[in-house]
Design a binder for this molecule. Structure first.
Ligand code: PLP
Ligand code: COI
Length: 344
């Protein structure tokens, strides 16, 4: 296939409009037959609940071009499941999980020219979303919904790929204890703009949040989960009802245990015990694995493995994860789904 001629190595994480997206409408109690469209503008009522009351949720996933030219999706069934959970949290109808995966494949196939080539490190980022639309003014669920999926080629989210980055522990909260932190809803991200911007202004990659009830435990990064390797070689990651259940994090828990033979646990990660970690990382679809060089909390800087070098366990996890995603390493059964590419 003839690819477009783009500077794949220097894409960054920006939106580039591609020719095709998928769209389906929920009306009169059911999802209507969806399909591909070239229209990148959504035409919605000014009284849509997505605009006023945050009745919207989304997913983030990627398509990976392999060495042999085939195209991988990484655990798309898990994104389908999480989107359903996010929809349920906001009283939105869930899009059928099997149809979700098929629709993702349709969008990737239709935009196949724009899947970054193997070896460039870039990927095709996929953004499914569900929004409440139609005419509503009281605080109540919308009469209609739109499910859409667009895609855009991206490079690294945090500058420099697998280079350590420093993070800033913020005093702002991301989510309330029994709020919407575990759902991938727009409101969580609106609230993260100030802390994220403040962190970047101070030259940190992003903000890290503490648990909203006691401010004594690490929750997660604004755009990724947190994990650490303890000095006694355990893979530990925060246990909290208000963080996003990261598909990457659960994949790393599995790989650390079954491929590296490490003890693993989801447990409270106390701020005053961070020096028990020799390596720390941020993980997510966009972030992949970003080693954390250090974290600033008020006037204290806590340094982990190194601000310039990648720790050995983090590197092994990265090689396994990225190897599986790009088809160079065989993954556990069911993790990879191939996208049939028919577009010439
Ligand atoms: N936490 C937050 C707040 C996120 O936005 C993301 C990104 O999706 C993650 C964690 C990582 O989740 P996943 O690994 O499923 O991409
Ligand atoms: C992702 O990793 O897919 C996300 O949704 C994070 C986003 C804030 C870019």
């Amino acid at each position: 296939m003839q690819k477009v001629d783009w500077d794949w190595e220097n894409l960054g994480f920006q939106y580039r409009r591609l020719p095709f997206r998928y769209l389906s409408v929920h009306k009169d109690g059911e999802w209507h037959e969806g399909g591909l469209t070239t229209d990148s503008t959504l035409h919605i009522s000014e009284a849509s609940t997505a605009l006023h009351y945050g009745q919207n949720c989304f997913e983030g996933m990627k398509a990976y071009q392999c060495k042999d030219g085939s195209v991988n999706l990484f655990r798309p069934d898990q994104n389908a499941k999480r989107l359903k959970a996010s929809c349920e949290r906001l009283m939105m109808p869930a899009f059928p999980e099997d149809k979700f995966v098929e629709a993702v494949k349709e969008v990737v196939n239709a935009n196949a020219k724009y899947i970054p080539p193997y070896g460039t490190g870039a990927t095709l980022y996929i953004r499914p979303l569900v929004i409440g639309v139609g005419d509503t003014i009281g605080v109540s669920p919308a009469p209609e919904y739109i499910f859409t999926i667009f895609a855009t080629p991206v490079g690294s989210y945090f500058k420099g790929g697998i280079k350590p980055a420093n993070f800033w522990i913020t005093d702002y909260d991301r989510a309330a204890p029994k709020g919407t932190g575990a759902a991938k809803v727009g409101g969580n991200y609106g609230g993260s703009l100030i802390p994220g911007t403040e962190a970047k202004k101070r030259n940190f990659a992003d903000a890290v949040y503490l648990d909203p009830a006691t401010h004594s435990k690490i929750e997660e990064v604004g755009s990724a989960n947190f994990f650490g390797i303890t000095k006694d070689n355990r893979f530990a990651t925060p246990l909290s009802p208000s963080i996003l259940p990261s598909i990457t994090k659960y994949s790393l828990l599995y790989l650390a245990k079954h491929k590296l033979g490490l003890e693993t646990s989801e447990e409270p990660v106390y701020l005053d015990q961070l020096d028990e970690f020799k390596e720390v990382g941020a993980c997510g679809t966009a972030a992949v694995i970003t080693p954390v060089g250090g974290m600033q909390y008020h006037d204290k800087f806590i340094e982990f493995y190194s601000e310039t070098e990648v720790g050995p366990v983090t590197q092994k996890l990265y090689d396994l994860l990225v190897g599986i995603q790009f088809g160079d390493v065989e993954g556990p059964e069911g993790w990879i789904q191939k996208v049939p590419i028919t577009e010439a």
